[in-house]
Unconditional design. Structure first.
Lengths: 281, 188
């Protein structure tokens, strides 16, 4: 239960009305108090009523263009249009999907490099320069390889999902299906199936290499209303094939924000310290 | 909440898509909320060019930081408003208006409900509800909250501007914001 003085601090914090020292102190206090964080979230939502009560005023149409031009200038983003027939991930009602974010960025840079070489290639082709043509083909080859790898990963994930469906005899009602991906676009993928009522889950791992002799993989649940990740125990991995592992959480899980697998010292640790291997939510 | 027939995706879904670097999602969020974001920046800064700059900076930060959004920041819309407000208040604090702002706002009696602007015909049901909730607050609570939210004043500055004890200002802000919170809970 949050007392009135804490409520007061929370309200002032949300409105930015604390002095710098008090603001810093309150920010520090938030880290260790899940109930206080939840209250702050609700107060932010309440405060957003204030601008909603203003009469809306449309900015100039040019502002939107300026914003996206500035974003593009800062990041050199190439908007990729997906060719017909290439599937886009669409979330179904029983799953939470994660896309590996940096893979898109990497692909964007390859595309940007491909586009730059293409401009050169057209000029040189006109003047019959075969060296640039060879370079262009090499970059396009890399692009095609990346597309194939992405497609292969998608197919593996689909296979894992089918296995989960088979495990559950096709009955996923009341269970959350969460796909984990690595921070970088490397091979391992995983699917976590969580039953909130039973507070148990099943983890399917694919292509997760066995850790070093003095290390273990450890599974965590990140509950947004709790201060620390919830320990789900060490995950035993024998090889690079698909592994099915039942698990439960050491503390009650209110709601799933994310699942994460980290590499920790042998036997596991009470709080995550090691390298993030897979994360999703 | 999605109330845009052209794009039924919720703010949460769009923000998650922005975190995945989908520019169409940022475009949809902009189309949905630009008028409120700009009105807020205009209310804070009082000048269109400054307000547009603040909105631009906020959208860029939303694009860059969408993956950091969590429920502790409130709804996705509340988070966007917080980003926008922080940008606008930063600009306000370096402007020369700051020096006279405390005196200026103290003379206001209605500080949250502005006269209708050019787009009064475009005011949505959500805006009418929000206005109802804000107008239901006692005037002194509404004033204290507005001075903090829109004028970027600290509790001490508000107390000095209104010639009220600091404890009185704290209590007004707490009661007003908690009442808004309860009103929203009852409507969910």
């Amino acid at each position: 239960m949050i007392d009135d003085p804490r409520q007061e601090q929370a309200c002032l914090y949300v409105l930015g009305a604390l002095g710098p020292d008090e603001d810093a102190a309150f920010t520090g206090a938030l880290g260790g108090d899940g109930e206080l964080r939840a209250l702050v979230g609700e107060l932010h939502t309440a405060a957003s009523v204030l601008p909603s009560a203003l009469a809306p005023v449309a900015p100039r149409p040019e502002l939107k263009r300026a914003i996206f031009e500035e974003i593009e200038r800062r990041e050199c983003i190439i908007v990729e249009s997906h060719p017909e027939g290439e599937a886009r991930d669409t979330p179904d009602s029983s799953s939470k999907l994660l896309k590996p974010l940096p893979a898109v960025g990497l692909f964007g840079w390859i595309g940007w490099a491909a586009a730059a070489c293409l401009v050169f290639g057209i000029a040189y082709i006109y003047h019959s320069n075969t060296d640039v043509e060879e370079k262009l083909q090499a970059v396009q080859g890399e692009r095609n390889d990346a597309l194939r790898e992405k497609k292969a990963a998608e197919l593996r994930i689909k296979e894992l999902e089918d296995r989960v469906a088979a495990l559950q005899n096709g009955n996923l009602k009341g269970q959350q299906l969460i796909r984990l991906g690595p921070p970088e676009n490397s091979a391992p993928v995983a699917i976590a199936l969580w039953d909130q009522q039973k507070q148990t889950g099943t983890l399917l791992l694919d292509h997760l290499p066995a850790p070093a002799a003095d290390k273990d993989y450890q599974l965590w649940i990140i509950d947004p209303k709790q201060a620390s990740p919830i320990d789900c125990g060490v995950v035993a991995v024998a090889g690079n094939g698909v592994v099915t592992i039942p698990f439960s959480a050491k503390n009650k899980v209110g709601s799933i924000g994310k699942f994460a697998i980290t590499l920790e010292q042998k036997g596991g640790v009470p709080a995550p310290k090691g390298t993030m291997v897979l994360i999703g939510g | 909440m999605a109330d845009d027939p052209k794009n039924p995706a919720s703010d949460a879904e769009l923000l998650a898509a922005v975190a995945r670097r989908e520019r169409e999602a940022l475009s949809a969020l902009y189309d949905r909320h630009a008028s409120v974001l700009f009105a807020t920046a205009l209310r804070i800064l009082g000048e269109r060019n400054e307000a547009e700059d603040a909105v631009q900076e906020a959208l860029i930060q939303i694009w860059q930081k969408a993956s950091t959004y969590s429920g502790h920041a409130g709804t996705p819309f509340a988070w966007m408003i917080t980003v926008l407000r922080n940008k606008a208040i930063e600009r306000l604090r370096v402007s020369k208006r700051r020096a006279h702002l405390a005196d200026e706002v103290a003379s206001r009696t209605e500080t949250t409900v502005d006269p209708p602007a050019a787009n009064e015909a475009a005011e949505r049901e959500g805006g009418r509800l929000a206005r109802t909730l804000v107008e239901a607050l006692p005037g002194e609570q509404r004033q204290a909250i507005a001075m903090a939210f829109f004028d970027g004043l600290t509790q001490q500055e508000i107390a000095e501007a209104l010639s009220q004890p600091l404890g009185t200002i704290k209590a007004r802000i707490r009661r007003g914001l908690m009442k808004l919170r309860e009103s929203l809970e009852h409507r969910v």
